[in-house]
Ligand binder design. Structure first.
Ligand SMILES: [Fe+2]
Length: 180
């Protein structure tokens, strides 16, 4: 279940309803899929063959179709990151720059954990959304954010796109952002 940390105050927001209403106030979509649908053999597996990725997409096909029909996504795939990923540190360094996209960034976490750091409304500032298996998030287009892994450095997520070109990162230099 997702948890929020507001960077300026270190305040944490927990519990599904609180998290959902906070994210709603920040225009961030938050939904939940049944993480128990993941085949047991894949729940702790972070290096995946093409067949295994396909298996995950098949398991979650109803959820993917529902989300795609409601929100206009046309393509989807699976991303898996772990210490076995070549150049993981370099990749994370590249991820950890505040940026925006011209389409929303939607991720459904199906195994492991990850964090989105998002620029909220002026009174909130930057906040972290810590995500675990079953959490589905969409960061709206043009909203400054970045993604990183948590201490276990392992994640598998479904990514959905409207146009794959829409997902190019545009760097967002922000004097208000301080890494903490
Ligand atoms: Fe992004």
């Amino acid at each position: 279940m997702a948890e929020i940390r507001i960077r300026n105050t270190n305040e944490r927001i927990t519990g599904e309803e609180n998290v959902r209403s906070f994210l709603e106030s920040q225009e961030v979509l938050y939904e939940h899929w049944n993480a128990g649908k993941m085949p047991a053999s894949l729940q702790e597996k972070f290096v995946l063959s093409d067949e295994e990725k396909q298996e995950i997409l098949s398991v979650y096909q109803p959820e993917i179709t529902d989300l795609a029909e409601r929100r206009g996504y046309k393509t989807w795939d699976i991303v898996a990151l772990s210490d076995a990923t070549p150049n993981l540190d370099e990749l994370l360094k590249k991820f950890e720059d505040v940026h925006t996209h011209t389409e929303d960034e939607v991720r459904a976490i199906v195994a492991g954990k990850g964090i989105f750091i998002i620029k909220g409304t002026p009174e909130v500032g930057y906040f972290d959304v810590e995500l675990t298996a079953g959490d589905v998030i969409s960061v709206p287009e043009h909203k400054p954010h970045f993604f990183t892994l948590m201490e276990n450095r392992q994640i598998v997520a479904v990514r959905l796109f409207i146009e794959t070109e829409g997902w190019i990162a545009h760097s967002f230099a922000d004097p208000e952002f301080t890494k903490a």
